[in-house]
Structure formats: C-alpha cells, structure tokens
Write a protein that binds this ligand. Structure first.
Ligand SMILES: [Zn+2]
Length: 96
C-alpha cells in the first residue's frame, strides 16, 4: 500500500472495513481491554508503523471508552519519546 495514502482514506476503504470485520470476529466481539460485549467496538491502532499492512499484533479491538484511553496513552507515549529524543540530542550537544 502506498505510504502517501491518507489515514482517513484508508479508514474509509473497503480494505480496512474487511480487516475490521475480521478482527472484530477474532476478538469474539468483545473489548480486548475491559471485556465489554454488546456495545460499539472499534479497532484501535497500537501504532501507525504498519498502517495499511497491519497484523493482529498492531491493532486492538476496543469499546469506545477504552479506545479514548488507548488513544490518549498512545499520544502520551509519543510525546514522551519525542521528549526523550530531544533530551538525548541536548545532552549530546553538550558532550554529556
Ligand atoms: Zn473496553
């Protein structure tokens, strides 16, 4: 899949919809975090490194509540990594 494909276009694609249905089924139509059933489920990307070519390890089936938490955690992790990298560069510049 082309790397230039936008996230929105992908999420609305038939390819994604097919995969989504498969993941929901393999999760037993249950939130993989809290175990909730008979609710709206969404497929969460643990990261976007494999966008378009996700495997079972790259996604998680979550209820809306858990999805919000997971998105917030992913954002925090990305910020933390960015901060750690800028700290590293700063220290490197100073020659430690
Ligand atoms: Zn949940």
């Amino acid at each position: 899949m082309a790397r230039s494909l936008s996230y929105d276009a992908y999420i609305n694609s038939l390819d994604w919809k097919r995969k989504r249905v498969r993941w929901l089924a393999s999760a037993g139509y249950m939130c993989q975090r809290c175990g909730a059933q008979n609710i709206t489920l969404q497929v969460h990307h643990l990261h976007y490194h494999t966008l378009g070519e996700e495997t079972d390890k790259d996604v998680q089936v979550l209820c809306i509540k858990c999805h919000e938490i997971a998105d917030a955690l992913r954002l925090m992790e990305r910020r933390r990594q960015r901060w750690a990298m800028s700290e590293f560069k700063r220290k490197q510049r100073r020659g430690w």
